[in-house]
Design a protein around this ligand. Sequence first.
Ligand code: SAH
Length: 213
Amino acid sequence: MKDTFLHKGMRRKLVETLRLKGIADEAVLEAINAVPRHLFMDSGFIDHAYVDKAFPIAADQTISQPYTVARQTELLQVKEGDKILEIGTGSGYQCAVLLEMGAMVYTIERQNELFKKSKLFLPKIGYRPKKMIFGDGYIGLEEFAPYDGVIVTAGAPYVPNPLLAQLKVGGRLVIPVGKNVQIMTVFTRKSPTEFEKKEYGEFRFVPLLEDKN
Ligand code: SAH
């Protein structure tokens, strides 16, 4: 598990690509520059780690495209020490980016294979989420609520109410909503009963699944 000069150079190029595509938050770009994405991919795909594309991981899932990770992280407006809930741990890459930003991360995954893999892997390369949970993201994680931010990294056919309910006032839910194509949507909690909704264009995710296998 090496992070060579070659990898670091490719990562800097990826960061420049993301800048050209419109990512402006320097803290997000720095986090992308810091996380060795190639280590989160199966060896057969390592050559593709620093192109701006999604790639297969285990259990028919994908590691999100770097642009998507950067955009969602930017929309979440993470500050040092923020308590963030992530739905869909997957490879753990997005989680590592959030940890680089100084967030305390709680993350949920429903595929046992991915859950077990990421739970072992993240600490091995120095990333320590507060909690990694094997469970269903539709219900969020009430036990540690409220959160400064909730990020959903799979396509949600609708907005699960518990995820809104578990936000602090001032907190944000970043969620791609839709069946075949998703609209990146941000809900900001304005008061205990009011939410502001904003939309940020089309994305494509693997689905947020409702029934456990
Ligand atoms: N954040 C991940 C992206 C993985 S893709 C990364 O950086 O690699 C989306 C993930 O959401 C998959 O791992 C999938 O298993 C998971 N998922 C799908 N439905 C879910 C649900 N209901 N609860 C929690 N995780 C879910």
